[in-house]
Design a protein around this ligand. Structure first.
Ligand SMILES: [Zn+2]
Length: 856
């Protein structure tokens, strides 16, 4: 159980008759953190943990916390809020046992037991299990954003950085990794004790270790040793991937050392590939954790997956400087570490992929995802106030990961790339091994530009949403007489205007002119356009830079809906697709027209990134926005187009993208029969090698579509899986795919127990099938209970889980009844319902709301 379910007050030892609550609320409040940071410094933890072989037995530990205290005017408060596996056993200071009060997940040390200056407290405890992610033969920690204190006592806030010394006693034969380098290893009685060197000062959310039955690969690159821990049993797959993984790390490190002017700050460099990891990666200094499937790629990996791997490696490596060396003071600025990680990753990855149009990559990887939240009623600002770290998980999402890099690119343009780099270097030097806020950085950059960065930052960073921009175009005598752009705030009473650079594409007769325009104030004239021949189209973000809700003039929209493939420039084509998708969602274009355009464009599109984007839009339009009747009509031509693309694709990565799309939309007897033959290995896909994961996915997709053969397919697939982690995942997900409604009911009902939701990627995969559009009618009943569970999901789950939980719950639905269920829930929710969760629901439900009312 998480801390929220603990009784309001549990005093371990009632030393006085009237225990005080000391005004302590559950979780780490800003007030508590601010007071502590002003009184406590130079923190050190020496932690010794014993990990039993049996998962059911508790992890036990002893801990010495050393810190310097500025005054003894009030008690020192530690955080400790374990689930039922954990409890505090004993607290001592020197020879004296201390009577501590346990209040709302905190330990209050008696004032008399502390002194001004250096203090040393010893604690013994059973660790809480939740953030230890325990499986049968391995475990790994995830302490972000403030979950270290769910395992053991600590000052769980980012600005009380500490030096950590760790020793782990584990079953013999288990491997271990942690932030520090291994210094000693001793075996006795079937147990191994591993000691690790003291770390540099790091925040509690970055402290990490993992132990279990792992394979270890070692490599030397540029004079540095890298170690990769993993559980992949397919030796050929490991052999095929490992060199690229080491190379990408070495390249990222080299780039960052050069850009920042600061050598890698954390000594040794290990990483662990976690099966079914809940994130893409987590940036623990010296011990990065990754989702194994993002790094150990299949032979069928698409270009997006190859780029995604390079990006996540560059992202986590960037965090060693941005986030780990210099850390946000408080989690409201968590977006800063994420924006730099993504922004630098884009720069780092470019040279490794010389054949990619990186402007297009930037556009396609950031704009559509950012718009997915920013166009909705649930949108949020990049920087959001935060009063308690227990809410920090709800800050994460597309706005900080995808919108913020777009905003950062504007900032670099405003300041100039040299001033920008220079400012960042100073920021990293000045705050090394410490903490800083957005204000600290913007102050450093402001001195390097005449632009008023504070005003710019207000609209882009402190406020939500995007400008609504319309084109004002007048044509006379076959020429442009007048061109202007008008912006308005979606929230009228706020009256915000955004400042940004745009590169407006003016297309005429197969030729594109890019006009630089600075959007500033409510209306901007473009005098340079006057006299140009009447255009085929005007696309405000045609140069791939401008961010907003762009409403095309009617002629341009009509032209683009039929002629995008005629545009010669791939970046402008990509931007046109992004804009037309918005137009469809705003009811200015029909979903059928978008699918028709995709059918026309796919045979002609030569850029692989655009192919993937169009496949994505076509598949989304097909499932979310076409009526079941339209779907039936378009299924055969769509499958034929995808099959033709698969046959003619030049590389395995392209074939992989086409094959996945074909599997996703497959509906006709012909295609299902062919896919069944591929799955049963009677037939091969020329040029494409399918992996165990591909076959599992194929079996699951076939089972949803062929209820009468589902059990037989799933039985056969279960026998074919060799990797133990994938076997366990398949067994977990399988009931959610069952053709038997009662089995699916039971699977869903079991999710009400937190322990059954621990493996979040498994839960999400099951929910995706449970709510598959083909099963939408029967799964509508799960929407309401899933909404009811969201608050608990947020308390018990990891940071991305609440949003993903809602996304998969609503993603397969398009009916008015489903939309109404969500609306009713929101209308019924009390005014005290957390605003951030309300926003999550609104943004996840946006496509559903639009689909339910769109003219189809
Ligand atoms: Zn990150």
């Amino acid at each position: 159980m998480p801390f929220a379910f603990l009784p309001l007050l549990t005093a371990m030892t009632l030393s006085s008759a009237q225990p005080s609550t000391h005004g302590l609320e559950q979780g780490v409040s800003r007030a508590l953190a601010t007071t502590r940071a002003s009184r406590i410094s130079d923190v050190r933890y020496a932690l010794a943990l014993k990990v039993p072989a049996a998962r059911q037995e508790p992890v036990t530990g002893t801990e010495t916390i050393t810190f310097t205290l500025a005054d003894t005017s009030a008690p020192v408060v530690l955080d400790f809020a374990p689930d039922q596996a954990g409890r505090l056993l004993n607290v001592r200071s020197g020879a004296a046992e201390l009577q501590v009060e346990q209040v709302n997940g905190h330990l209050v040390l008696p004032v008399a037991a502390t002194r001004k200056g250096v203090n040393e407290i010893e604690l013994t405890f059973q660790a809480g299990d939740t953030p230890l992610n325990r499986s049968e033969d391995f475990l790994y920690t995830i302490f972000v954003p403030a979950r270290a204190h769910e395992a053991f006592p600590c000052f769980d806030q980012p600005d009380l950085k500490a030096r950590w010394t760790l020793s782990l006693e584990v079953p013999e034969g288990w491997q271990t990794l942690a932030n520090g380098a291994e210094t000693n290893r001793a075996a006795s009685g079937g147990r191994t004790t591993v000691s690790f060197a003291q770390t540099q000062p790091i925040s509690t959310y970055l402290f990490a270790f993992a132990t279990g039955k792992f394979f270890v690969e070692t490599a030397e690159r540029g004079g540095r040793t890298f170690r990769m821990f993993h559980r992949e049993t397919d030796a050929a797959k490991v052999a095929k991937n490992k060199d690229a993984i080491f190379d990408l790390h070495a390249a990222a490190l080299q780039w960052l050392e050069r850009y920042t002017g600061i050598p890698y700050p954390f000594g040794k460099f290990d990483f662990f590939l976690v099966p079914s990891f809940q994130f893409g990666g987590m940036e623990h200094p010296g011990a990065i954790f990754y989702n194994a499937s993002g790094l150990m790629l299949e032979p069928s990996a698409t270009q997006n997956e190859l780029l995604g791997r390079a990006s996540v490696i560059a992202h986590e490596t960037t965090h060693m400087w941005f986030g780990d060396l210099v850390t946000m003071r408080w989690f409201e600025d968590v977006w800063m570490k994420e924006v730099f990680a993504n922004y630098m990753a884009a720069k780092i990855v470019n040279p490794s992929f010389p054949n990619i149009n990186h402007e297009l990559r930037f556009l396609l990887s950031y704009y559509p995802s950012a718009y997915e939240v920013d166009r909705t009623a649930g949108s949020n600002a990049i920087r959001q106030p935060l009063s308690n770290l227990s809410e920090a998980g709800t800050l994460y999402g597309a706005i900080i990961y995808q919108k913020a890099p777009i905003v950062m690119r504007q900032l670099e343009t405003l300041v100039g790339s040299e001033g920008f780099q220079d400012g960042l270097r100073e920021y990293l030097r000045r705050y090394s091994f410490g903490n800083a806020s957005w204000t600290d950085l913007i102050t450093l950059l402001d001195s390097r530009t005449p632009e008023d960065l504070a005003a710019w930052s207000h609209a882009w960073v402190d406020e939500a949403d995007r400008p609504i921009v319309t084109t004002d175009l007048q044509i006379a005598n076959g020429r442009i007489q007048h061109l202007a752009f008008v912006q308005r705030d979606p929230i009228v009473r706020r009256g915000l205007t955004w400042t940004e650079r745009m590169q407006v594409a003016v297309g005429h007769d197969g030729h594109i002119t890019l006009l630089p325009v600075e959007l500033r104030g409510p209306r901007v004239e473009v005098p340079s356009a006057a006299g140009m021949p009447a255009p085929d189209f005007i696309l405000p973000n045609g140069g791939g830079i401008a961010y907003g809700e762009f409403h095309l003039d009617a002629h341009s929209r009509e032209w683009l809906l039929h002629h995008v493939p005629d545009i010669s420039d791939e970046l402008t084509r990509g931007a046109a697709w992004v804009t037309l998708w918005d137009a469809m969602l705003d009811d200015e274009a029909r979903p059928d027209d978008v699918v028709s355009l995709a059918l026309q464009a796919l045979p002609r599109e030569r850029d692989e990134q655009n192919v993937q984007r169009i496949l994505g839009y076509a598949t989304q339009a097909y499932w979310k926005f076409l009526t079941p009747l339209s779907r039936e009509r378009v299924a055969a031509p769509l499958e034929q187009a995808f099959r033709a693309g698969l046959d003619s694709a030049a590389s395995p990565s392209q074939k992989g993208a086409w094959f996945n799309a074909l599997r996703d939309v497959s509906a006709t007897k012909l295609t299902l029969a062919w896919l069944t033959n591929v799955w049963s290995q009677k037939q091969q896909v020329p040029g494409l090698v399918l992996s165990e994961t591909d076959y599992i996915r194929l079996a699951e997709d076939l089972a949803v579509r062929e209820p009468s053969e589902a059990e037989q397919i799933l039985d056969a697939q279960a026998l074919r899986i060799r990797n133990p982690d994938r076997k366990a995942q398949f067994a977990f997900v399988r009931p959610a795919i069952s053709p038997d409604a009662a089995t699916r009911d039971r699977w869903f009902a079991a999710l009400s127990t937190p322990a059954n939701r621990r493996r979040e990627p498994w839960v999400l995969e099951g929910l995706r099938y449970l709510h598959h559009p083909l099963r939408a009618r029967s799964s509508e009943q799960y929407i309401e209970p899933s909404l009811e569970m969201l608050q608990e999901i947020q308390r018990t789950g990891d940071i991305f889980f609440p949003k993903r939980w809602m996304d998969v719950t609503l993603g397969g639905h398009q009916s008015a009844a489903a939309a109404e269920t969500v609306r009713q829930f929101l209308a019924r929710a009390p005014s005290t319902y957390p605003d951030r969760l309300r926003r999550i629901i609104l943004s996840s439900a946006d496509d559903l709301f639009r689909a339910a009312k769109i003219a189809r």
